[in-house]
Design a protein. Structure first.
Length: 167
């Protein structure tokens, strides 16, 4: 997986095979992103890298390095047919309203089509986890983009993502 932070700066340029044998799928049938794509993130906390959200067993979650809106772009090496997208967000410390959107492209990111835009209210004494699965029919997808606004009213909250899986 090649991970990029922001525009033009690359961190460890590394292809990974984590328990997949290079088949392109994990045991649960999810796409093995580490074998099929490279990922672009707008920022990343070194202690919570994007691999943690994308690869089973790689950590507990991704966390941005800076507050505010963040984007994660998954750029497939070859077009993929996508039928299910699963996302999980968790927040146990702060009450906030988060918004996220998913978009996809079949022309190498020149144009994007919306999949979903959703808001969720987190409350440490109540709703601390949002898990969503979206059945889709995305033929020949070349890129997925997840945009996260951690607090729609502004503020200094940092975006996180517990899990993103694609089938």
């Amino acid at each position: 997986m090649r991970c990029w932070k922001g525009e033009g700066s690359m961190t460890n340029s590394l292809r990974k095979s984590v328990g997949t044998g290079g088949s392109g799928e994990t045991e649960a049938g999810w796409l093995a992103i580490e074998d099929l794509a490279h990922v672009v993130v707008t920022s990343e906390d070194p202690d919570a890298p994007i691999e943690a959200a994308l690869i089973e067993g790689a950590g507990s979650r991704w966390r941005a390095a800076a507050p505010g809106a963040q984007s994660i772009r998954i750029r497939f090496d070859r077009p993929q047919d996508i039928h299910l997208i699963h996302v999980v967000f968790e927040e146990t410390e702060h009450a906030r309203v988060q918004e996220f959107s998913l978009e996809w492209s079949n022309d190498d990111g020149r144009t994007f089509q919306p999949i979903i835009r959703q808001q969720f209210s987190f409350s440490p004494s109540g709703a601390t986890r949002e898990a969503e699965s979206y059945r889709v029919n995305l033929s020949a997808s070349t890129e997925l983009r997840l945009h996260v606004v951690p607090e729609i009213s502004g503020g200094s909250h940092v975006a996180t993502l517990t899990r993103l899986r694609i089938r």
